[in-house]
Design a protein around this ligand. Sequence first.
Ligand SMILES: NC(=O)c1ccc[n+]([C@@H]2O[C@H](COP(=O)([O-])OP(=O)(O)OC[C@H]3O[C@@H](n4cnc5c(N)ncnc54)[C@H](OP(=O)(O)O)[C@@H]3O)[C@@H](O)[C@H]2O)c1
Length: 199
Amino acid sequence: MAAIPETYYTAYGSLKNMRVETSDTVLVRGATSGVGVAFLHLLKSEFPQVRVDGTSRSLTKEAQLLAVGFDGVVEDRDGQLQTNTAYDKMFELIGPATVKDSFLHLNEGGIVCSTGKLGGQWYLEDFDPIFDIKANSYLTSFYSGNVDDDKLNEMLAYIEANDTPVKPEKVFSLDEIQDAHRYLDSSHSFGKVVVVNHQ
Ligand SMILES: NC(=O)c1ccc[n+]([C@@H]2O[C@H](COP(=O)([O-])OP(=O)(O)OC[C@H]3O[C@@H](n4cnc5c(N)ncnc54)[C@H](OP(=O)(O)O)[C@@H]3O)[C@@H](O)[C@H]2O)c1
């Protein structure tokens, strides 16, 4: 229970803003992150038939991404997606550093939801909304601070109704907290990590 927010709430709010439909194809940019994997579980538990691909800078994580439920893996090399595929919906966790490139891989009428800033860039630069938000498409976001009891309970009801997997990928004890940080900072980090305060 304690491990669900803020990660799942961030993914859930973004999912709602993306207006996913059963005919959509979806790309999660930054798929190996805790929020990325949570988003996959939330989406697939309601729409198992929707194709969801995920990106990583390292294809060594491909097997892990497929095992957790992604349908395909795209390499994100130096901020450029290594694919010619276009998607209907894009969950953008690298953020302002790559939003422009994401729109190059979005179908007409699609939605990019820029919720993360893993790329380390906070603000959009050299971004012309008229040209860079491609043909009749949309740019949105989600802020986890936009929360109250009703919104949080709505997410918990969704998780219960859809039997959404919420188990963290890795659990550390408090005396292993340095290992937990090392793991998250390493090139092997994957999914949601929690630290449990054993007495
Ligand atoms: N909008 C909100 O209210 C809200 C709320 C919570 C979190 N967030 C944001 O959501 C994002 C995900 O959070 P999280 O806790 O799930 O992250 P996390 O688990 O720590 O993400 C780790 C992943 O980030 C990728 N990564 C790390 N540095 C990167 C870089 N310089 N460029 C591209 N990818 C990089 C790595 O993927 P690869 O090595 O596989 O490429 C790594 O597996 C963060 O930006 C966080 O700030 C936003």
